[in-house]
Design a protein around this ligand. Structure first.
Ligand code: IFM
Length: 435
């Protein structure tokens, strides 16, 4: 037993669960940008998304796992390419499949949070210029409208876009993800289109659900946020760290919360100054240590992992205090509920995930004590899955998946998380047995 780790409780009504994304778990769909990317041989470990967890055919089994984890909430995403396989043509069977899945979750007492866009595009969108073409804004609005017309009576909580910054940097600036472009200007162009698409989608969800008689819509973005700390704390490093934060995060936060376009994305409020979020979603994983480099192409920022810090299998620093710092500062700024829409770690041996969960939720407990309205925690992720360019070998699941047999097994960390969710906290006995 670790003497430093003490029992704690989360507040009554706090909701814990897991998060997934359709492309990463479903398998079976060939009509999306990631299928083609994998076919072209871009996945580092040579694996593919065509089967993934075969979740599309194993919904019942996977809902049983969610139940076994004692989750009260579950974040999932919809695959746009299945729902709208051709521009303007919607597939009723696909949306009915999702409706059935969501109904089953609700019947099991699990509240869904549904994401509309999580990194993958239908091929028709991808081939028409993708998010660099401003037509994507109206296409996304039309897709939103269709989905809400079909699911709006049973889904009140929505994420419009997952991690727009990561999607755009990987796809348009670094070129690691489809469509493999390498232009920082395209990154900013895509940012503008995604910001405007979010605002239109936000308004559409509220408008349509209001017409259906529902006033309880909760809509937001799942922002990928990091802490950027200057290496030695010099004035120039602080400036560069601030600028890194601005280019990789603030442009999206300003745009998607109040409609403000800031340089170099744009200026002013093209869709009016407003409040375009009902909760502030934070996906938190790590921090970056920033120092100065004369390289303009890197916006003068050299990014490192803190020396001697604990890291996960992908080399990301494990820094639980970062979750506290981010939630506190965004809550102080916006005073709206915080949903931790993702937090988790890559740990194929399940060697430190239990401690990781404890340490991050301990920060949540401190946040609540300090008056921060954190309401949800969605652990990333339910089960090992297709981790984008890393493929199937990067394992983030509290459930282990054998990709030969597709057998699922709850890990030790999953059992810990299940008990934590049941007790709404960590007991002395749990510390004795798990930590
Ligand atoms: O797997 C991803 C997820 O799709 C988005 N957020 C980060 C996770 C881990 O890399």
């Amino acid at each position: 037993m670790d003497k430093d780790r003490k029992p704690f409780s989360l507040p009554e009504g706090f909701m814990l669960g897991t998060a997934t994304a359709s492309l990463q778990i479903e398998g079976g769909d060939k009509n999306n940008s990631w299928y083609r990317w994998a076919e072209q041989g871009h996945i580092k470990d040579g694996t593919h998304c065509i089967v993934a967890d075969d979740h599309w055919n194993r919904v019942d089994e996977d809902i049983q796992l969610v139940k076994q984890l004692n989750s009260k909430v579950y974040r999932m995403s919809l695959e746009w390419s299945r729902i709208e396989p051709h521009k303007g043509q919607f597939d009723k069977a696909a949306i009915d499949h999702y409706r059935d899945e969501i109904q089953k979750l609700i019947s099991a007492g699990i509240k869904p949070l549904v994401t509309l866009h999580h990194f993958s595009n239908p091929l028709w969108l991808e081939d028409s210029g993708s998010w660099l073409n401003e037509e994507a804004i109206d296409s996304f609005e039309a897709y939103t409208a269709y989905v809400v017309s079909q699911l709006g009576d049973i889904v009140s909580e929505w994420v419009t876009i997952n991690e727009p910054n990561i999607y755009l940097i990987m796809s348009y600036a670094f070129g690691h993800w489809p469509p493999g472009k390498k232009s920082i200007l395209d990154y900013f162009k895509g940012a503008k289109n995604m910001i405007l698409a979010h605002i239109k989608s936000y308004k559409k969800i509220h408008e349509l659900r209001k017409e259906m008689g529902y006033e309880d819509s909760m809509v937001g973005v799942a922002f990928h946020l990091r802490v950027y700390d200057p290496k030695k704390g010099t004035a120039i490093e602080k400036l560069v760290a601030k600028n890194t934060e601005r280019l990789s995060q603030e442009i999206f936060v300003a745009g998607m919360t109040e409609g403000k376009l800031i340089f170099p994305v744009g200026s002013g409020y093209p869709m009016g100054k407003g409040k375009y979020f009902d909760f502030f979603g934070i996906n938190y994983y790590t921090r970056d240590i920033i120092s100065f480099t004369p390289d303009l192409g890197k916006a003068f920022a050299k990014t490192e992992v803190k020396e001697d810090a604990p890291i996960n299998d992908l080399g990301w620093e494990i820094y639980p205090e970062g979750l506290y710092r981010l939630c506190k500062s965004y809550y102080d700024r916006f005073k709206l509920p915080i949903f931790i829409t993702e937090n988790g770690t890559c740990d194929s041996r399940d060697a430190f995930r239990t401690e990781y969960i404890y340490d991050h939720l301990y920060q949540v407990k401190k946040l609540v004590e300090d008056g921060v309205d954190v309401q949800r925690y969605y652990h990333w992720t339910l089960m090992d899955n297709f981790e984008w360019i890393e493929g199937l070998s990067a394992r983030f699941g509290v459930v282990e998946v054998n990709f030969d047999t597709l057998e699922r097994t709850i890990r030790k960390s999953g059992r810990f998380y299940s008990e934590l969710s049941e007790n709404n906290g960590v007991t002395a006995d749990m510390i004795e047995r798990y930590l």
